[in-house]
Design a protein. Structure first.
Length: 280
């Protein structure tokens, strides 16, 4: 089974929302994204100084009531430096945003929730020399208390939004069946990096701790999210070259995985009711 190239990255996430104005205000003022443009019922947001769209918000006219289903656990925004994360922590504390935090061994992370209940992680990666990389390629994470004092001490107190160079580092999903989801991502060419407590798994392309997290912490066999439900619509991975894109198409044919080609996009239905898109 062919593996995805190590340069593969999460490019973009789209969320279906009930109140577009409220959500745009939150993601620009609290997370620090920039509103690049609005078209009809959608807003397109980027990091500071960039027009590369990281997040799309689409307002649904008559959304279904949100219930406990598969879907998004959190979207994780990766910052360029520890100083940036320290500035973010200060900003969120000053604005009295309810926060969680953790040291994962390979990263330090802050956790919050948007006004419609979508999870958000904002994090920075520690130097790879500090990661627990095993001989078999697994990269083992921990969940320990974050040293908030040290993180604040690393800041310069000048929060200017989600800084240039930030991107989506990974996406974490709430899934119905952990094993079925794992098989799906392995068929796409991702590698299992960590089996966390048998209720969560983490997958990546290349030597990264994870591009995809998945869990059944809310219970197994959750109903699948529906098309008109608030939350995750789709998520996009960018492949480094056109040749890598063509190789993935060939691999999916070999694995007998159903897909759709739409111009320069490869669209696949994941096992949990959302679409995963690959671009080159």
């Amino acid at each position: 089974m062919a593996k995805l190239p190590k340069e593969t990255q999460v490019k973009q996430v789209k969320l279906k929302v009930a109140d577009l104005e409220k959500m745009v205000t939150f993601y620009t003022t609290m997370v620090g994204l920039v509103l690049v443009k609005k078209e009809q019922n959608s807003a397109f947001l980027s990091a500071q100084g960039s027009e590369e769209i990281l997040l799309i918000l689409e307002e649904l006219a008559a959304p279904e009531k949100k219930i406990m289903t598969t879907g998004l656990y959190h979207t994780a925004f990766l910052l360029p430096s520890r100083k940036d994360l320290g500035n973010t922590l200060l900003w969120l504390l000053q604005n009295k945003v309810e926060l969680g935090a953790a040291d994962h061994g390979y990263s330090e992370a802050l956790y919050l929730t948007d006004p419609e209940g979508n999870g958000i992680e904002i994090y920075h990666d520690k130097p790879m020399s500090e990661w627990d990389i095993r001989e078999d390629g697994q990269i083992i994470g921990v969940t320990e208390e974050l040293d908030g004092d040290s993180l604040v001490a690393s800041s310069d107190g000048k929060w200017l939004g989600l800084p240039f160079g930030s991107r989506i580092g990974h996406i974490h999903l709430q899934v119905a069946d952990l094993e079925k989801s794992a098989v799906f991502y392995e068929q796409l060419g991702f590698t299992l990096k960590s089996d966390f407590g048998k209720r969560a798994k983490f997958f990546a392309a290349g030597t990264y701790h994870h591009h995809i997290g998945m869990n059944t912490w809310a219970g197994s066999n959750l109903p699948l999210m529906t098309e008109n439900q608030l939350g995750l619509a789709w998520y996009v991975f960018k492949l480094p070259t056109k040749e890598d894109f063509e190789a993935l198409v060939h691999e999916l044919e070999q694995q007998d995985v159903e897909y759709e080609l739409n111009q320069h996009q490869l669209i696949i239905a994941d096992p949990n009711g959302t679409e995963i898109i690959f671009e080159s």
